[in-house]
Design a protein around this ligand. Structure first.
Ligand code: BDR
Ligand code: CA
Length: 308
């Protein structure tokens, strides 16, 4: 897989899951502006890979703003650094000297088999790849993205952060014809970092486990302050988990459109679960999640990365 991300507390755990599960091969990590500015999300991706002791995965920075309009970061959720909470060490590796889209193109061409793209932030880099390099599109096995919702949003009443940040990019990806899986808020809000979850991370007795506990403690306080939710949803690792084990989520094929023009709903994912639009399904939409199985995968990976 190739992971496109904007770390971000939940992106950080997603990276640990991806590098910690023995069934996955992470060919590259690319970064995008979203939760924080591009320089910060890139530094954070490098810091998480350094924490995990991963030295052989290239990291490339991508787009520093959405395709249209200006960037609005989620500092109230992820802090000034994008990964506030733990006292993380700096990166040990350099960022690649190619753009994220170019690194992705090369990795797709180099791979003997199709590669899954997992997008954990705004879909800007993925959309640009599809527009600039349509010939490599068949080498993408599937796009699995965390974003959208079958119901309400978290950034506007009906808009989820990753889609609201770059609706045009999401529209391009969803209309690309590629096999696509949507991991939306309707499932991610079932996997919550409770006090027990945080205690389990801390109880591992490793540096990686402690960092996870500190990340989730900060994330919890932000969610409490902003949304009045005591336990934060751990969004992004669920997208990685579904690549490890498709049974983690239950999906239905449905037509999904991105609202680009709504006076109050720009960036909303309009999910037609009952076939009322008569459109062809274009997305496998996650509608259910095996929460226990998800935590089992994530905890095992964090233990493995930490050497517990
Ligand atoms: C998504 O937005 C970001 O803040 C998180 O990292 C996640 O990708 C949830 O809406
Ligand atoms: Ca993210």
């Amino acid at each position: 897989m190739i992971i496109d991300c904007d770390p971000g507390h939940d992106d950080a755990l997603a990276l640990l899951l991806a590098v910690g599960d023995p069934r996955l091969r992470v060919r590259g990590v690319t970064t995008v502006a979203g939760n924080q500015t591009l320089d910060k999300t890139t530094r954070n991706a490098l810091r998480m890979l350094a924490l995990a002791g991963v030295t052989d995965v290239p990291v490339a920075a991508g787009c520093d703003r959405p395709l249209v309009g200006t960037l609005s970061v989620a500092e109230q959720i992820h802090g000034a650094s994008g990964l506030d909470g733990p006292d993380l060490d700096g990166p040990t590796a350099e960022v690649a000297d190619v753009h994220a889209v170019e690194l992705t193109r090369r990795l797709l061409l180099d791979s003997a088999e199709p590669v899954t793209l997992v997008a954990l932030g705004p879909l800007t880099n993925v959309a640009l790849l599809l527009r600039r390099h349509p010939k490599v599109t068949p080498r993408v096995r599937r796009v699995v993205f965390m974003g959208g919702s079958t119901g309400r949003g978290n950034t506007t009443p009906y808009g989820e952060f990753n889609i609201v940040t770059d609706p045009e990019a999401a529209d391009i990806v969803l209309r690309s014809g590629l096999p696509t899986t949507m991991i939306g808020l309707n499932v991610t809000h079932q996997a919550l970092a409770t006090a027990e979850v945080i205690a389990e991370f801390r109880g591992m007795g490793t540096r990686v486990g402690t960092v996870c506990a500190e990340l989730m403690t900060f994330f919890a306080s932000a969610y409490e302050r902003v949304f009045g939710l005591p336990h934060p949803p751990v969004h992004d690792p669920i997208a990685i988990a579904t690549v490890i084990d498709a049974a983690i989520v239950r999906t239905v094929a449905a037509p999904v459109a991105v609202e680009l023009a709504g006076a109050h709903t720009r960036g909303a994912t309009v999910v037609d679960l009952h076939g009322t639009t008569g459109r062809e399904p274009n997305v496998d939409v996650a509608v259910g999640i095996d929460v226990d199985a998800f935590w089992g995968l994530l905890m095992a990976a964090v233990r493995r990365v930490g050497g517990a």
